[in-house]
Design a protein around this ligand. Structure first.
Ligand SMILES: *Cc1c(COP(=O)(O)O)cnc(C)c1O
Length: 355
């Protein structure tokens, strides 16, 4: 017998795995909830979504995801406040970006109600899995891949959309050491860097491994043409503070339109922090480091909100960032997490109540 949530049929697990989980020692994205949402696209139409037990998938070896990598995803979180209410942060932005990614990869767009109602139904069902201590959250992974078959290099005729959930602990990366990349590129003009397409990330692994071997944690991507301008920090947008001005590069084919990035820019403006959205050259950052005007660098993304950078390497020299008392990174992170966890005012209307 199946029940309905938001008109979506639910096939429940026979017994929950929730009691096997050590909620005090959660890492990031390694434990998955009991259920997932699945919707199939076939014959030009999206079939009705359903919620089923989290389980392995069955695909033919000729499914195009394995050969041509038609695959996209989103990353978002649900937060539980002290009263037990559950919140999302700007979910409509993720929904829209998912379809921007889908179009770029010649995949069908997902109807709004499947994404939003599916998400809300699944989160309501899995509410007990959301950790409630500050910093912890339920990581949400919506994704779509080509399930249609054939060795012909062309878009598949069928696709699977899934939302899976992973209760996750606070993301304490600590301060990271980054290497400014001079050879490899994450993205190029006319390419797919603005889409959250699976292959983008596989392409980053090797250069990142090389940076790790040299003693860094992460790569700062530069433009593919000249390697003279900062673009992103790993899979995060990057911010630089020179003097009292907060800088970040403009979104483009190569720089992904991060929701954290644009939220930071809006909050910074409201705090009268001078911001500039423009190209940032490596030379400018190196000179600022030498002159002592480089005060902060940080990555920005859903997983960590902000990820402060302790030092960067460039052409064999390491440059350290100072400890500042009036850290923008700390202020901006607090403002965003106060909205996300319902511990502060949300004058922007970014917080979205699920239950
Ligand atoms: C997801 C992502 C970001 C950050 O986006 P958010 O919406 O802030 O999570 C930045 N850069 C890349 C390459 C990404 O994939």
């Amino acid at each position: 017998m199946s029940t309905l949530i938001e008109n979506i049929p639910v096939e429940k697990v026979k017994s929950s795995r929730i009691h096997e989980v050590d909620f005090d020692n959660l890492s990031f994205g390694n434990v998955f909830t009991d259920h997932m949402l699945v919707a199939e696209y076939k014959n030009g139409n999206w079939e009705n979504p359903k919620i089923v037990p989290y389980q392995p998938l069955s695909l033919n070896p000729s499914a195009k995801i394995f050969h041509y990598g038609q695959s996209i995803f989103e990353g978002m979180k649900a937060y539980k406040d002290a009263e037990g209410s559950v919140w999302l942060f700007r979910p409509e932005e993720n929904r829209k970006r998912f379809n921007i990614s889908a179009s770029r990869m010649a995949m069908p767009e997902l109807p709004e109600h499947i994404f939003m109602n599916g998400l809300e139904a699944l989160i309501k069902l899995e509410k007990d899995w959301i950790p409630s201590d500050l910093g912890s959250s339920l990581y949400i992974r919506p994704f779509m891949f080509a399930s249609g078959e054939g060795f012909h290099a062309s878009p598949a005729d069928s696709y699977t959309f899934i939302i899976a959930l992973a209760p996750s602990g606070a993301y304490f990366s600590g301060k990271v050491r980054v290497l400014i990349e001079e050879k490899y590129s994450r993205a190029a003009n006319g390419g797919v860097g603005y889409a959250k397409a699976g292959g983008n990330y596989a392409g980053q692994f090797y250069p990142t491994q090389l940076a790790i071997e040299k003693g860094y944690h992460q790569v700062i991507w530069t433009d593919d043409n000249t390697h003279e301008y900062l673009e992103e920090a790993g899979a995060m947008n990057v911010f630089v503070r020179i003097g009292d001005t907060l800088l970040t590069g403009p979104t483009s084919d190569r720089i992904l339109d991060g929701i954290t990035r644009k939220s930071i820019l809006e909050i910074a403006n409201d705090f009268d922090i001078p911001t500039e959205v423009r190209k940032i050259s490596v030379t400018e950052v190196v000179n600022a480091a030498k002159e002592g005007t480089l005060k902060e660098m940080f990555g920005a993304g859903t997983a960590a909100v902000v990820s402060p950078i302790a030092a960067f390497g460039y052409q064999g020299v390491d440059y350290s960032l100072p400890e500042v008392d009036d850290s923008y990174a700390t202020l901006l992170k607090k403002q965003i997490t106060d909205i996300q966890y319902n511990t502060g005012e949300d004058k922007y209307g970014w917080r979205h109540k699920v239950v």
